[in-house]
Design a protein around this ligand. Structure first.
Ligand SMILES: Nc1ncnc2c1ncn2[C@@H]1O[C@H](COP(=O)(O)OP(=O)(O)O)[C@@H](O)[C@H]1O
Ligand SMILES: [Mg+2]
Length: 259
């Protein structure tokens, strides 16, 4: 039975994005006219969008549209062939300001708590602060009772909550979620959505890739629809999901196959 972390605490101040970064002008982050090719194929083709601070933006689109590439570009893992990722006033985000969570988290062969400790160490959290932060993250993710369990023995939902808790270790301002609930049962999905809401209420900005229109409607203020390496529709999530205007989003939401 999956534990549903109902009535979980708000994000405590020591887990929120650090206030001192607020003046650093990271927002809006923009992808500007990015192109990327591999093996003679154009994977990103004039990709442009901006993310202001706060809230959840859903990034939707068929498989192969380039959604994961866009997230990897925002995380600084890949660079476009042309075009750019720009942060607010042109600054580079400080280490830890952006975190990426994948559909299938890769957890270390350690306990649940050990995975969080490792992330806190990587994030440069001073040793004396780690116990309090670890306790806060375990509570936030509803994992206190599983702290000593080997992480690789966790259920899919528990593992994904741990992946989210770990991603928060560096107090990111931008959290990139790539299909975080794609293989989870409904209770586990609800727990992840609940956690995402509390993360956003704590001051982070979330870009969420999802194929679940219901999830986009529940969580997102805004939706971007991506097809063949570019954004073809950018609208309030409720409007895009109820009455898409681009032929690509209309076809996708109607369940038709796109070529
Ligand atoms: N390293 C790579 N080399 C070649 N092609 C890639 C590479 N990474 C992704 N692709 C291709 O780029 C396209 C977009 O991939 P991806 O961003 O993963 O799509 P999505 O996340 O929207 O399903 C796909 O056709 C994929 O096969
Ligand atoms: Mg993908």
């Amino acid at each position: 039975m999956e534990e549903r972390p109902d009535d979980r605490p708000d994000l405590p101040p020591h887990l929120r994005p650090e206030a001192r970064e607020d003046g650093r002008g990271l927002w809006p982050v923009r992808i500007e006219d990015a192109t990327l090719s591999a093996g003679g194929r154009r994977l990103l083709d004039g990709l442009s969008f901006a993310l202001p601070a706060g809230g959840v933006t859903a990034l939707m689109g068929p498989n192969g549209a380039g959604k994961s590439l866009a997230l990897r570009m925002l995380a600084g893992l890949i660079r476009p062939d042309s075009g750019a990722v720009r942060w607010g006033a042109g600054e580079t985000p400080i280490k830890g300001a952006v975190a990426l969570v994948f559909q299938r988290p890769v957890l270390l062969r350690r306990s649940t708590a050990g995975n969080i400790d490792h992330a806190l160490a990587i994030a440069g959290v001073p040793r004396r602060e780690r116990a309090a932060r670890r306790a806060g993250l375990l509570a936030l993710a509803g994992l206190e009772r599983l702290a000593d369990r080997p992480a690789r023995a966790l259920s899919g939902g528990e593992a994904q909550r741990l992946a989210l808790a770990r991603a928060l270790a560096a107090r990111p301002r931008l959290l990139l979620l790539d299909e975080p609930t794609a293989s989870l049962d409904p209770a586990a999905v609800a727990a992840i959505e609940d956690l995402a809401r509390r993360i956003v209420a704590g001051g982070a900005t979330v870009l969420l890739v999802t194929h679940d229109a219901g999830q986009a409607r529940r969580l997102a203020d805004r939706a971007l629809f991506m097809h063949a390496g570019r954004i073809v529709e950018d609208a309030p999530a409720a409007r895009l999901l109820a009455a898409p205007r681009s032929p690509q989003a209309q076809a996708y939401l109607a369940g038709r196959l796109l070529v």
